[in-house]
Design a protein around this ligand. Structure first.
Ligand SMILES: Cc1cc2nc3c(=O)[nH]c(=O)nc-3n(C[C@H](O)[C@H](O)[C@H](O)COP(=O)(O)O)c2cc1C
Ligand SMILES: [Mn+2]
Length: 494
């Protein structure tokens, strides 16, 4: 176990080390000669039919230098597998988050492998790097999926980074899709309000810890660099870009640096792009662009990829882009921070990806307790964007089993009296339920249902008993009959 934790820690802070370790345990497969136009993406999608696919490293990519690579399934690699599953895994993520209470800010260095190659001015050529067209109906090639889009708040100096998809437009232009209200959006608007373009740096290959923090939602003013540093227990080394002064990781594989003018000045079509809800909902819109002034890259750069796939794919729900366990951990923390007592578990039901279907198990302590949990879950920071359903259940329900949750709905929920519907909540273009006329007007909001599938507190004591063998008696019986009955073989409770 110690060994595994050592391996995970080493892999977290260094992409190349991570790939080396994955290969050493037989969890990495090289794919030679794939076409970045659809073939690479199809192989990735098929790999997600397994809950724990191997890391795939595409090299000798058709049309590119042999050493230029694309790596997928990195953060879901077995190198990070401590054996924990279900709520235990969610609890592990919560412990990681708690470690991050003391921030460790990054340190600026002036050397690093990212500086091995620098192209500026006429030498800038984005098309030199393999950018896959991931899905059949995508409108272009996406170089940024598991990436970090770095900006600095002009008022406070706060450095934020987030994962937002990045499409190749031409040799010097990238189109970036940031949903309204995300930190990168809030920050860029401040520059535009001053009549300036927003300075921006985008890393498209970096340590797994940075991909993980880029997709997480620490509050405004909190730098993801500080969180990543404390996850590692050491500061992230950064280099300040020549044109913007923005800090990017000194060991980034490939960084684009430049400026993003206001959309009134310049916007280019973005999308369509296959999205994690399982559709092409955001279609094509004009979006702001990054005009690239400098490209920095390591020799033989490795681009990390995590394009979204339909959330019914086991490997997607479990893995990098799905982040379901990580988002469940964030929601659990926020429920407790908001003062909700008795939370026994938080889960994201498969099919809803990391956001749509939230299940919370509570040990009911007083009347209104379930409502308290449901209302916080429907609106708190990590869960506010693109939610749909919150289900509160009693703690005897095993929320990691969909049938158990459905059973709670079937038997403890009176739809008329145990439901809240709330309108006007935060959603985005990728929500397939925004009707075309509203989408056109950028009128983006959706509604939420909160289902209280709990024994009504007022008559909880009179609620019919559950028809199931008591767990302690079941254990006793298993032991008594162990080895005497074939159907008990393989049972682990001996
Ligand atoms: C693989 C992946 C792709 C993502 N793509 C986008 C995107 O294109 N646009 C977006 O607004 N959010 C996207 N997200 C979600 C954001 O990364 C997430 O909301 C994050 O909290 C944003 O950082 P921020 O809170 O600093 O704004 C993506 C997440 C992942 C894991
Ligand atoms: Mn942020």
């Amino acid at each position: 176990m110690d060994n595994r934790e050592g391996m995970a820690a080493a892999a977290l802070g260094d992409l190349r080390k991570c790939l080396e370790l994955a290969e050493s345990i037989g969890n990495l497969e090289y794919v030679d000669g794939a076409d970045p136009d659809l073939e690479l993406g199809a192989l990735y999608e098929i790999s997600l039919e397994s809950e724990r696919p191997p890391v795939l490293v595409f090299r000798n990519i058709k049309g590119y230098p042999p050493g230029y690579q694309v790596a997928v399934n990195v953060r879901s690699s077995e190198v990070f597998d401590t054996g924990a599953r279900g709520l235990e895994l969610v609890q592990n993520y919560r412990r990681h988050r708690r470690k991050s209470v003391a921030p460790i800010p990054p340190v600026v260095v002036d050397k690093g492998p990212t500086l091995e190659n620098i192209h500026e001015g006429a030498a800038v050529d984005i098309s030199a790097f393999p950018a896959p067209r991931w899905h059949q109906d995508d409108g272009g090639r996406y170089i940024g999926t598991e990436c970090m889009v770095i900006t600095r708040d002009p008022d406070t100096g706060w450095v934020n980074f987030g994962t937002y998809r990045v499409q190749v437009h031409d040799k010097t232009t990238l189109v970036v899709f940031i949903e309204h209200g995300k930190h990168g959006d809030v920050i860029r608007r401040k520059y535009w309000a001053q009549g300036k373009p927003c300075p921006m740096a985008i890393s498209v290959g970096q340590a797994p810890v940075l991909g993980a923090t880029a997709a997480s939602t620490p509050g405004p003013g909190v730098s993801e660099y500080d969180i990543a540093g404390s996850r590692l227990g050491r500061p992230i080394e950064v280099i300040e870009g020549r044109h913007t002064g923005l800090p990017f990781p000194a060991d980034s594989e490939l960084v684009f640096e430049g400026f993003m003018p206001a959309p009134e000045v310049r916007a280019e079509p973005e999308g369509p792009f296959g999205e994690w809800p399982g559709y092409y909902a955001s279609s094509t819109r004009p979006e702001p662009v990054l005009e690239v002034k400098a490209v920095y890259h390591r020799n033989d750069p490795i681009i990390t990829g995590a394009p979204p796939m339909k959330p019914t794919l086991p490997g997607f729900w479990y893995g990098t882009a799905g982040s379901s366990h990580i988002r469940a951990a964030a929601l659990w923390d926020e429920l407790e921070a908001a003062g909700v007592p008795g939370v026994k578990g938080v889960w994201k039901l498969p099919g809803g990806g990391p956001r749509f279907i939230n299940v919370i198990a509570i040990e009911q302590m007083h009347q209104g307790h379930a409502k308290m949990a449901g209302l916080v879950a429907a609106g708190c920071g990590s869960n506010a964007y693109l939610g749909r359903i919150v289900i509160v259940v009693d703690h005897d329900i095993d929320i990691t089993k969909t049938a158990e949750v459905m059973w709670a709905l079937a038997t403890r929920w009176d739809p008329k009296t145990q439901t809240d519907i709330i309108d006007g909540c935060w959603t985005g273009y990728i929500d397939p339920m925004i009707e075309p006329a509203r989408r056109e007007k950028d009128d983006l909001s959706n509604s939420r249902i909160i289902i209280y599938a709990v024994r009504p507190f007022a008559w909880k004591k009179e609620f019919p008993q559950v028809n199931a063998v008591r767990p302690d008696y079941a254990d006793e019986i298993r032991k008594r009959w162990a080895g005497k009955l074939r159907f008990l073989n393989g049972d682990s409770s001996a």
